[in-house]
Design a protein around this ligand. Structure first.
Ligand code: HEC
Length: 127
């Protein structure tokens, strides 16, 4: 039992998670995070599936739908999303923040593989 535990621990703790290193958040994206919090976007939207459920998940909105579409929704609202009357600086910062979040991973997870010892890793090319 102890030997099995030692082998398992050695395997799990030396195999790493293969996660790409993230660039530190830029000042503009950080400002966008504050705008995101100020207007409580998370009341209706989610990151990685967590948040409110009135609007769509925004984790990968930039790579899935493009910055121009995100900008248009944020600037004008729709029948179901309120127009929050943000200025261009706030919108630029929000797009920088959404771009940063987009770079942190994919949701829902794609191309993952469960190893025989129970950890999960992502296949080489997530796209
Ligand atoms: C009252 C709820 C609500 C709030 C608050 C809200 N949204 Fe939305 N948002 C929505 C809904 C609902 C949609 C879908 C609208 C549609 O398809 O017509 C949406 C759509 C979007 C989209 C387009 C996503 C897509 O995949 O189509 C973006 C980007 C977005 N919102 C960003 C934001 C940001 C940034 C904030 C905060 C500044 C925010 N929203 C605040 C409800 C909200």
């Amino acid at each position: 039992m102890c030997a099995a535990f030692a082998v398992y621990s050695a395997t799990v703790y030396t195999s790493g998670t293969d996660m790409p290193r993230l660039e530190p958040i830029s000042d503009e994206a950080r400002a966008g995070q504050l705008v995101f919090q100020k207007y409580n976007c998370i009341a209706c939207h989610q990151f990685y599936g967590l948040g409110g459920y009135m609007g769509p998940d925004l984790t990968n909105v930039i790579s899935n739908r493009g910055p121009a579409l995100a900008r248009a929704f944020i600037a004008s609202g729709t029948a179901t999303m309120p127009n929050l009357h943000l200025d261009n600086g706030e919108i630029d910062a929000l797009i920088a923040y959404l771009t940063f979040v987009d770079g942190t991973g994919r949701y829902p997870p794609e191309n993952y593989e469960v190893k025989w010892y129970g950890t999960v890793s992502q296949a080489d090319d997530p796209q």
